[in-house]
Unconditional design. Structure first.
Length: 209
């Protein structure tokens, strides 16, 4: 596994969800090159993403130093098969399992690991207040991020990306067996944001006395 040394990276965002655009804009704003991998290259993106390159899923993954999976949980397996050979690349799993896991895979992280053969998969950004975390949008600047995965080097890269996006602290939940805990946290976050109408400007953080 190799990646550029904490300067500007080529980053693939796989999927065309709302979170895909938010992540892409944040990464472009701090100087990264973003490739958005989709099945339909005719997709319409916000004007703010004019500097991003829209391409196929495999092409985006091939060009990228880092891959961020933002597809819906039901589409994760199909997208993972379309990535091509990414066994040595870091993959961030942003999806969260909003329905009971299949008998084949415990969660989306285990599905990505199994299909791609990459051991550098990290669950991250699935329970986040992105509208609150943009640089300069909070005076207290204390939004937290949470992650899980087995490869420490991959997790350090995920932490660096989180800081680039404005998260001040990143809490490590442990190995990939802890990914389900982050899925449960994400379900709670989305329940508060949508069903309880707290809005997307809420965020989760840990405080200490």
């Amino acid at each position: 596994m190799s990646y550029k040394a904490f300067v500007s990276m080529d980053i693939a965002i796989i999927g065309n969800e709302k979170i895909s655009s938010v992540l892409a804009m944040g990464l472009l704003n701090v100087g990264h090159q973003v490739y958005i991998g989709v099945k339909d290259r005719e997709v319409q993106l916000p004007e703010a993403l004019d500097d991003a390159c829209v391409t196929t899923i495999e092409d985006a993954a091939t060009r990228a130093d880092l891959i961020i999976m933002t597809t819906q949980p039901a589409d994760v397996r199909e997208a993972a098969y379309l990535l091509g050979d990414v066994r040595r690349k870091v993959i961030l799993d942003v999806s969260y399992m909003s329905c009971p896991p299949s008998q084949q895979y415990l969660n989306t992280l285990s599905a990505i690991k199994s299909i791609t053969g990459s051991q550098n998969v990290v669950k991250c950004f699935n329970a986040a207040g992105f509208q609150s975390s943009s640089r300069g949008s909070r005076k207290d600047n204390t939004i937290n991020m949470f992650l899980a995965g087995d490869n420490q080097k991959a997790k350090e890269l995920a932490k660096w990306i989180a800081r680039d996006l404005g998260f001040t602290e990143c809490h490590d939940f442990g190995g990939s067996d802890s990914a389900t805990l982050l899925d449960e946290m994400a379900i709670c976050y989305h329940h508060l944001a949508a069903r309880k109408r707290k809005g997307e400007k809420i965020a989760i953080r840990i405080t200490r006395d």
